[in-house]
Design a protein around this ligand. Structure first.
Ligand code: NAP
Ligand code: HSE
Length: 436
């Protein structure tokens, strides 16, 4: 039987999970694939560190270069994170023509095109199922299952940490910082958690999904990105009153005729109607709602972060890489195939949506009329208004639900509204997603 040796670089949350999972289900994979898979060496930063998953001392080294270069290590798995050493690890392995498995969405987002072209040049391949949506095999879906579909819509809850935070804020009225600390303890959050809460991790993943769906590489700078720091418990409560749940969404939407028409690629918190399936995706779970022009609507659901969910995706890639080695078909499914020369991302200013607007206003006659007049002059319609009973002359929240408007028009109107003396503090503007 063919033996395939794995060189693991990184044994933290995900690396430890991969080690554990290969021990547990390696024999199952062998039975299914007819290949014996084993972890031969593991590179870490600190040999003396206490680890939740115990690794035999003889496997450990601090010399990742040695692990990559050793001709006995057939597949290299990069699980250290970041974009500096990780890039070197992946490039060195690819230059040796080795298959590389990574869970590193930040690296792919920043250097994907370079890495794919080096893989192609040296006859290797790059596998990255674990980079998006944890245990959901969404990369396989886009690269293989949907090869015969144009993807017209993709909405994803792709950051487990943010979904966990928003869920607990809604369910328990929990405090943002406390829940983030729990997400870190549970191994969901990135080493630098601002990547999660400021939306960058979701943007890295959404860019990868958009690129695969539309056949041109979407750079992070092209993705309008907002995180969840500005979401207050008050907004979660008012959204619930109106029949919505706030979720951080990655959105990839064809907004012109395909092929070649512009594509909206953005990440922002949005009000999701409680009747939509994505509203009930809670805790660390992720989901991707995908519409193909032939298949119609499809939905993928599973745990989006954490040791085991991510290890499962790495094992899927290890199975593919091992089979490709066994059959000498290293590029059977290429890492990324650009095929849309004229593809372009729509500037966020042109994107159209509905909005939830919360203002802190002085409870005084004529206030609503002045706000409505500014919106009216911009041809922006109000669909509903909530104002809890307040005390005359004192501040009170005013919540407006706004009909479809471009981002540019809405921001211009908001600028004028926020300059009214009766408007106190910073307005909160959250988009409302219709899923049309
Ligand atoms: P982590 O817990 O911080 O683990 C990082 C590992 O890399 C540690 O074992 C560390 O060694 C090792 N390392 C760092 N620099 C190294 C170097 N120069 N040489 C050798 N080893 C080095 O990170 P993680 O959560 O497992 O995440 C790893 C990757 O998976 C990241 O790209 C992350 O974005 C991605 N990912 C994570 C999740 C998740 O749920 N956590 C899910 C999907 C994808 P020491 O142990 O000695 O410090
Ligand atoms: N920090 C990421 C998340 C890990 O919370 O989704 C999974 O990619």
């Amino acid at each position: 039987m063919r033996r395939v040796n794995i060189g693991l670089v990184g044994a933290g949350t995900v690396g430890g999970g991969v080690f554990q999972a290969v021990r547990r289900n390696g024999p199952l994979m062998t039975a299914r694939l007819g290949i014996s898979l084993g972890i031969r060496k593991v590179a870490v930063r600190d040999l003396g560190k206490g680890r939740r998953v115990k690794l035999p001392r003889a496997l450990l080294t601090t010399d990742w270069k040695g692990v990559v270069a050793d001709p006995q290590n057939d597949i290299i798995v990069e699980l250290i994170g970041g974009t500096t050493t990780a890039r070197q690890v992946v490039l060195e392995a690819l230059r040796l023509g080795k298959p590389v498995v990574t869970a590193n969405k930040a690296l792919l987002s920043a250097h994907g095109e370079e890495l794919f072209s080096v893989a192609q040049k040296h006859g290797g391949n790059l596998y990255y199922e674990a980079s998006v949506a944890g245990g959901i095999p969404i990369i396989k879906v886009l690269r293989e299952a949907m090869v015969g579909n144009r993807i017209t819509r993709l909405y994803g809850i792709v950051n487990g940490t943010c979904n966990y935070i928003l869920t607990r804020m809604k369910r328990e009225g929990a405090d943002f910082d406390d829940v983030l600390a729990d997400a870190q303890r549970l191994g969901y959050a990135e080493a630098e958690p601002s990547l999660d809460v400021d939306g960058h991790d979701a943007a890295h993943k959404t860019g990868i999904l958009a690129s695969l769906a539309h056949g041109f590489w979407v750079n992070p700078a092209q993705i309008h990105t907002e995180g969840i720091r500005g979401i207050a418990r008050l907004d979660i409560a008012y959204a619930a009153l109106l029949g919505y749940t706030i979720k951080l969404l990655g959105i990839v939407k064809s907004v012109g005729p395909a092929p070649g028409g512009p594509v909206q690629v953005s990440v922002y918190p949005a009000l999701v109607p409680d009747t939509h399936v994505l509203a009930s995706v809670n805790d660390v779970f992720n989901a991707v709602f995908l519409r193909g022009d032939i298949v119609g609507d499809t939905l993928y659901y599973g745990r989006g972060a954490g040791q085991d969910a991510t290890a499962s995706a790495v094992l899927s890639d290890l199975g593919d890489a091992a089979l490709d080695l066994k059959h000498g078909s290293h590029r059977r499914v290429p890492a990324f195939t650009p095929h849309e020369r004229g593809g372009r991302v729509q500037p966020i200013e042109e994107a159209v949506s509905r909005y939830y607007l919360r203002l802190d206003v002085v409870d005084r006659p004529g206030v609503l009329a002045r706000i409505a007049a500014i919106l009216g002059r911009s041809r922006i319609g109000i669909s509903s208004v909530i104002q809890p009973e307040g005390l005359a002359g004192r501040s009170v929240p005013l919540i407006l639900m706004i009909h479809d408007a471009t981002n540019a028009a809405m921001l211009r109107a908001l600028h004028s509204i926020s300059r009214l003396p009766v408007v106190k503090g910073k307005p909160t503007l959250i988009r409302v997603e219709s899923f049309e």
